[in-house]
Design a protein around this ligand. Structure first.
Ligand SMILES: NC(=O)c1ccc[n+]([C@@H]2O[C@H](COP(=O)([O-])OP(=O)(O)OC[C@H]3O[C@@H](n4cnc5c(N)ncnc54)[C@H](O)[C@@H]3O)[C@@H](O)[C@H]2O)c1
Length: 427
């Protein structure tokens, strides 16, 4: 089988399918990435992935190429796992998917099932079929939707132990062929029509984003009525109908999925003449939430001009180096605009962040970032920040102001230690 795209989703899919005993060729247009992968080097941070790639590459089950004509001939399945970033008007940019489909068609030498793992607007499966036809495919090709639900940071575990596998196709036979590949995972496998399967992914991401914006809105109210949003979430989360995940007040969601997927779903709804009020509110709340950390800092420090502010965590979430749509980017830019001197430290994302925001002063650890700083903002809740020696941190700082954008510290303890402390939705 072939996997098109060696990013977070494609490489995890390829490595796991190879680990299940399949013969997998990965094709990516990024020559540098392919060169690195051939040396078993993973171009991004994902715990455990290197070992699985190395094991399967050495066993001869996993290969990397930049050439479709090496990857596609002889394959029964071709998984598409290329990016679908936000387009100029908020819609999903399908150009990478279309390009991948065209290249697959040009290299066909027999019947093929094309499995779309990229997150795409409803009906994209039909577009992929059309592109393949237009590029003169001489063999029968079925297009199947198989959205991916893995999370960066726990991608291998998520792929190998999914809550469910969703498969959609116009013809059940093709969907069942794909379902067979997942049999070893013993996960609930749902076969739907193409459009329903595509919609499950958007609806799932939009729902999770809505939970985050919901608790963030509640946290704004909590601040005004002296309630503690973290405890409110705990009290809500134990209700089995609600559950505790994605119910943490903070500076909002980021990443390569939620922002673009909620937006793309909203844009798609408008195209079908429906005004998605809830989705729009989810996005508005999230945008405002990012700036809350800066507002809180101004409350504590007054003008930010010349103040040294250290950002703890830069990646959009812990256990990844992914900087796409990371809240740290908006926060850092807002601080720089107000004249602050901004430092950054992230356990995995310093290098990636440096290429996007070269104006930051990057530090090798949290204590170095804190040295002589007027304030710290906890932007990403890496576990190592929970374990910091807080007194050492305080001694290093010029002024002991902490804005805890992820509510990882105990407010009472922080005040006892002498910090000026601001959490989100709690006093
Ligand atoms: N990252 C996640 O956590 C996650 C989770 C679930 C679903 N998704 C979805 O999966 C898709 C891929 O996301 P990702 O984060 O893995 O993206 P990514 O940017 O990490 O990887 C995409 C890869 O595709 C390659 N590529 C682009 N065009 C190509 C082409 N024509 N032929 C071959 N390779 C090509 C790129 O070089 C890149 O290596 C997106 O639609 C995303 O929304 C992502």
């Amino acid at each position: 089988m072939a996997v098109v795209g060696a990013g977070y989703v494609g490489l995890t899919t390829a490595a796991c399918l190879a680990d299940l005993g399949n013969d997998v060729s990965v094709v990516d247009i990024d020559h540098e990435k392919v060169r690195a992968l051939r040396r078993h080097r993973i171009p991004f941070y994902e715990p455990g992935l290197r070992e699985v790639v190395e094991r399967n590459a050495r066993a001869g089950r996993l290969r990397f190429t930049t050439s479709y004509s090496e990857a596609i001939p002889g394959a029964e399945f071709a998984f598409i796992a290329v990016a679908t970033p936000e387009g100029d008007h908020g819609e999903a940019d399908l150009s990478y998917v279309q390009r991948a489909a065209a290249c697959i068609a040009e290299s066909l030498d027999g019947p093929l099932v094309v499995v779309n793992k990229s997150t795409v607007p409803i009906g994209t499966g039909d577009i992929v079929s059309e592109v393949i036809d237009q590029h003169g495919a001489q063999f029968p090709v079925e297009v199947v939707s198989n959205p991916e639900f893995l999370r960066e940071g726990s991608a291998l575990r998520d792929f190998m132990s999914p809550d469910r596998v969703v498969i959609g196709a116009h013809h059940r036979e093709a969907a069942e062929q794909v379902a067979k590949l997942y049999e070893p995972l013993a996960a609930p496998t749902l076969i739907y029509n193409l459009y329903t399967a595509e919609m499950v992914k958007y609806a799932s991401n939009a729902f999770l984003a809505a939970r985050i914006s919901f608790i963030n809105e509640i946290s704004r109210i909590c601040e005004r009525v002296d309630a503690d949003a973290k405890l409110v979430a705990e009290g809500m989360g134990l209700d089995k109908r609600i559950g505790s995940q994605f119910l943490e007040a903070g500076i909002g969601y980021g990443g390569s999925c939620f922002p673009k997927d909620v937006k793309a779903l909203a844009v798609m709804a408008e195209q079908y003449d429906y005004h998605p009020e809830l989705l729009n509110a989810v996005m508005d709340i999230n945008r405002d939430q990012r700036m809350l950390a800066v507002e809180k800092l101004r409350e504590c420090l007054g003008s930010l001009r010349g103040q040294v502010v250290a950002l703890l965590g830069l990646a959009f979430k812990p256990n990844t180096d992914d900087m796409r749509q990371a809240p740290s980017l908006d926060i850092a830019r807002a601080l720089l605009k107000r004249g602050a001197v901004v430092r950054g430290y992230d356990p995995a994302a310093n290098d990636r962040a440096r290429t996007i925001l070269p104006e930051l002063d990057y530090r090798a650890n949290a204590y170095s970032a804190a040295r002589g700083a007027d304030a710290l903002i906890v932007v990403t809740e890496w576990n190592e920040f929970r374990q910091l020696d807080l007194m050492r941190l305080k001694r290093a700082m010029r002024r002991a102001v902490v804005v805890d954008g992820r509510n990882i510290y105990d407010p009472a303890l922080m005040r006892r230690l002498g910090f000026v402390y601001r959490g989100i939705g709690r006093q």
